[in-house]
Design a binder for this molecule. Structure first.
Ligand code: CP
Ligand code: NVA
Length: 309
């Protein structure tokens, strides 16, 4: 059976993604009830990090340990991806020693290249283009909160970035309405919008420059840092441009009373979200972080122990 990589949500059917989310919720309940399985006994996951990480690194490492396997962390200073050695060669070496590769890189193409050369499954752990594992944990959290998510609305207030792309794609797949509120010039690119339409679904994607309008019909009000990793030179400029897009009490007055606030973290209090809003929705936001672990455990089981979808 061919290996399955988990790089682009666009490559999976709504049924595959929905099944994986329902399974992650069920597996989480089993895990929290103390039921463990050693399905990855003697298996290893190589984790490549070109950028910093807390949640992604710990959740993949802990998930491997829970399943009886081990994770090996390789930072850029360890392996010199693209400087000491090419992605093609690293992929082939790791593929001979490990059972799966997880990669967090700047370039999305680099993860695609690693996957093309790796004989074992490759997981996108965030690129400048997308962050699929984050979106899956986010929608898993929304499913736990609301039950059925079809027909619900996610209002993403902030930069049209990697997290926004993955959430928009997963929303398109699962019939979730997606509204992006961003300053002029920070929208998602037309080619990406084309890829949403290419899902063949009757998608509900909207972009606005008015955050109050965006949250008015929202079930989930979502935000992420205004300055993604690697864009630090734009930080000061963005703090000015994005200031009207902060999630604060004045904005949430316009949202339905049942709406929840989500954040993929790390959060920059006083910028994209206020301290007060962050603390009021801390239970949702830290469940969202915890669900990275539970989703990852199910994903690793599917890709490594079960040979893919
Ligand atoms: N949300 C997320 O991916 O966190 P890390 O960057 O800490 O892994
Ligand atoms: N958009 C952020 C997400 C961090 C998890 C970044 O790329 O830095």
């Amino acid at each position: 059976m061919a290996k399955t990589d988990f790089i682009n949500l666009a490559d999976f059917t709504p049924e595959q993604l929905g099944d994986l989310l329902r399974r992650a919720i069920a597996d989480k309940a089993d895990f929290l009830a103390g039921k463990t399985v050693n399905s990855l006994d003697n298996k290893t996951l190589a984790m490549i990090f070109e950028k910093p990480s807390l949640r992604t690194r710990v959740s993949f490492a802990a998930a491997m340990a829970h399943l009886g396997g081990q994770a090996i962390c390789l930072t850029q200073s360890d392996i010199g991806l693209g400087t000491r050695e090419s992605g093609q060669d690293i992929a082939r070496v790791l593929g001979r020693m490990c059972d799966a590769i997880m990669a967090r890189t700047f370039s999305h193409q680099l993860v695609e290249t690693i996957a093309a050369y790796s004989p074992v499954p490759v997981i996108n752990a965030l690129t400048d283009h997308s962050h699929p594992c984050q979106a899956m944990a986010d929608v898993m959290t929304a499913m736990e909160h609301f039950g059925n998510v079809a027909g619900r609305t996610i209002a993403f207030i902030g930069d049209g970035n990697n997290v926004a792309r993955s959430l928009a794609m997963l929303s398109a797949k699962l019939n979730i309405n997606f509204v992006l509120a961003c300053p002029q010039g920070y929208e998602l690119e037309p080619t990406f919008i084309d890829s949403l339409h290419a899902t063949g679904k009757d998608i509900h994607y909207e972009v606005t420059h008015d955050p109050a309008q965006a949250v008015a019909g929202a079930d989930v009000v979502y935000t992420d840092t205004w300055t993604s990793m690697g864009q630090e030179d734009k930080k000061i400029h963005k703090q000015t441009v994005f200031a009207p897009f902060q999630i604060n009490d004045a904005l949430l007055v316009h949202a339905p009373a049942h709406a929840i606030v989500m954040h993929c973290l790390p959060a920059y209090r006083g910028y994209e979200i206020t301290h007060e809003v962050m603390e009021r929705f801390a239970n949702v936001i830290f469940t969202e972080a915890e669900n990275r672990l539970h989703f990852q455990r199910s994903l690793l089981n599917v890709l490594i122990a079960e040979g893919g979808f």
